[in-house]
Design a protein around this ligand. Sequence first.
Ligand SMILES: [Zn+2]
Ligand SMILES: [Zn+2]
Ligand SMILES: [Zn+2]
Length: 371
Amino acid sequence: MKLRVYRFSPRVCVLTRGPLKRGVNRKPEDHVSELRKDPVINRWVIITTERGKRPTDFVPAEPQGEAGICPFDEGNEHMTPHEIHAVRSPDSLADRRGWKIRVVPNKYPVLHVEGSIDREGAGMFDKMNGVGAHEVVIETPLHYDPFHTRSIESIVELLEVYQRRMADLHRDIRLLYVLVFKNHGVRAGATLTHEHSQIIATPIIPKRVGEEINGSFEYFNYKSRCVFCDIIHEEKRFGSRIVYENASFITLCPFASRFPFEIWLLPKRHMAGYMMMTRQEMIELAECLQVTMRRLAAALGEPQYNWMIHAEPNPSLARNPWPDLKEHYHWHFEIMPKLTRVAGFEWGTGIYINPTPPEEAAAFLREVEFD
Ligand SMILES: [Zn+2]
Ligand SMILES: [Zn+2]
Ligand SMILES: [Zn+2]
């Protein structure tokens, strides 16, 4: 398959950039990334000096095939950092064959586990060490194994791995937020075609998440109900934007979709955190996700996409600014096929132009034939 490969991707997964130079002796104080706060809109940005590149590095390379050996294939475990966690047969050894899912640190993390998170002023500006975690979840040992073709059982295993990693990272009270996300396809930010997702834990609450929590808090203050529960109730009344539902989960194209075929997947039972699911709910989540991704693949010809899990911040948060968070926030997946490009107007205004009404997208996804 011909892919347009960029020599340097300014996005987060850059595992392809050659072998890790061991013995470089990175000391905790040699922090190679830094968080900086925009003083106007209080948005944090991660500046990764480790990837400090010359302007020419941003010029797209000539399109090329996928060259070389895939570090995520079974048998190439030596090409990744040591695994943090794996789903593997009991008689197999760590960093060897015999696994189904592996979690490894990102070779080129945007944030680093070591160090303190001291906040510092630089004149009027705020900055912070780039402390956090950046992990890669290799979802399958097979090089070609698209998500929508996988069994419910294997999806459950993946969803459980996300839970385990989240629980583990939540033990580190420096890490206020853990985001699980997936970039599928070059346009969606992936630099390797082998199916993987990523986990980044940050020492701050990301702006997008904070906006959702603040919004749900205001709605709760006003109506004493969860806005997401109300959305589910309302969408069930209309029906026109629902893609799929089972007993515990629902997928829908949101009323104010930013992108064509944007999909939200929500638990029907109110819960703020991804860790709160029962075993049965986990199975139904896997089923709902599988059917939704199958429909998306059938409708749009296996599109490139991003997805992310938006759930409550670290529950052991020392200074929780939202004491009623468990009542008003409601975790969910957001799934965004990469069909349009965000351009000047969107960057300039924060207003998205979506050429596909969500009602049409949902009808299309409901009616598409798939096996
Ligand atoms: Zn591979
Ligand atoms: Zn709710
Ligand atoms: Zn969200």
